[in-house]
Design a binder for this molecule. Structure first.
Ligand SMILES: Nc1ncnc2c1ncn2[C@@H]1O[C@H](COP(=O)(O)OP(=O)(O)OP(=O)(O)O)[C@@H](O)[C@H]1O
Ligand SMILES: [Mg+2]
Length: 233
């Protein structure tokens, strides 16, 4: 992206460390991450399997707490925020696409996508209409009534993306959003992300192992063994 003066920082990580313990062993998943993300940016996070990409994205999305360090979303330190307030912030500002979808099994595709809209404090859209539009945009207009077990992996992934887009999030985070898709469906997803980004000015952060997908972003960060390494990947 072109740098036209002051860019607004929407996300900042300061010395973010994440350790996990497995029995007596401590796993150093993230070893001190410092980074900023600016409004409207499209950012790719790449790196080998196990390098900490999903962990990092989850922390950025306020889904988990770091062991050390601070994470600021729109200038607010989310690491010290109470869970109730954080849940509100997530629903207002963040759309999250999980690597393994996390769709609710008893709900249809339409109901899964409409769900975050029902929790929104400012009802900007009619939940059902908005959910239908998003599912149509992602090529699923004939799958509205299907439950996750009645959908293919790629279809579930697209439902998960529609759900993340439902509230027009300022920050859209997606963990391998094209990981289960053939190239045509992957293209539909990337176009949907582009459209949303263009229309709403959202900031998009995605984790991918696909170099072609990464190259379409404005900036690429590479994670190796829990550290960001220099250079555009
Ligand atoms: N709950 C957990 N307990 C212990 N170790 C964990 C836990 N969750 C993740 N890890 C470890 O943390 C490391 C980073 O995991 P993470 O899921 O962030 O990797 P990733 O870069 O997303 O990998 P992939 O590309 O395979 O999705 C891995 O070595 C993993 O085994
Ligand atoms: Mg992962």
């Amino acid at each position: 992206m072109t740098d036209t003066g002051a860019r607004r920082e929407v996300l900042r990580l300061e010395n973010v460390v994440k350790n996990l313990s497995l029995g007596r062993v401590t796993i150093h998943v993230l070893r001190g991450i410092d980074m900023s993300v600016y409004e409207g940016e499209k950012l790719a996070i790449v790196g080998p399997s196990g390098s900490g990409k999903s962990t990092l994205l989850g922390l950025m999305g306020g889904l988990d707490n770091p062991t050390e360090g601070h994470i600021f979303i729109d200038g607010t330190d989310v690491t010290t925020m109470r869970e109730g307030r954080l849940a509100e912030l997530r629903n207002d500002k963040i759309g999250f696409v999980f690597q393994f979808f996390n769709l609710l099994p008893t709900l249809t595709a339409l109901e899964n996508v409409a769900l975050p809209l029902q929790f929104a404090r400012n009802k900007r859209f009619s939940p059902e209409k908005r959910a239908k539009e998003l599912l149509e945009m992602l090529g699923l207009k004939d799958r509205l009534k299907h439950r996750p077990t009645e959908l293919s992996g790629g279809e579930q992934q697209r439902v998960a993306i529609a759900r993340a887009l439902a509230n027009n999030p300022a920050l859209l985070m997606a963990d391998e959003p094209t990981g289960n898709l053939d190239s045509a469906s992957g293209e539909v997803v990337l176009r949907a992300l582009d459209d949303v980004q263009r229309e709403t000015g959202a900031t998009v952060i995605l984790v991918t192992h696909d170099q072609q997908v990464a190259q379409r972003m404005d900036r690429i960060l590479t994670l190796v063994d829990g550290r960001l390494v220099d250079g555009e990947g």
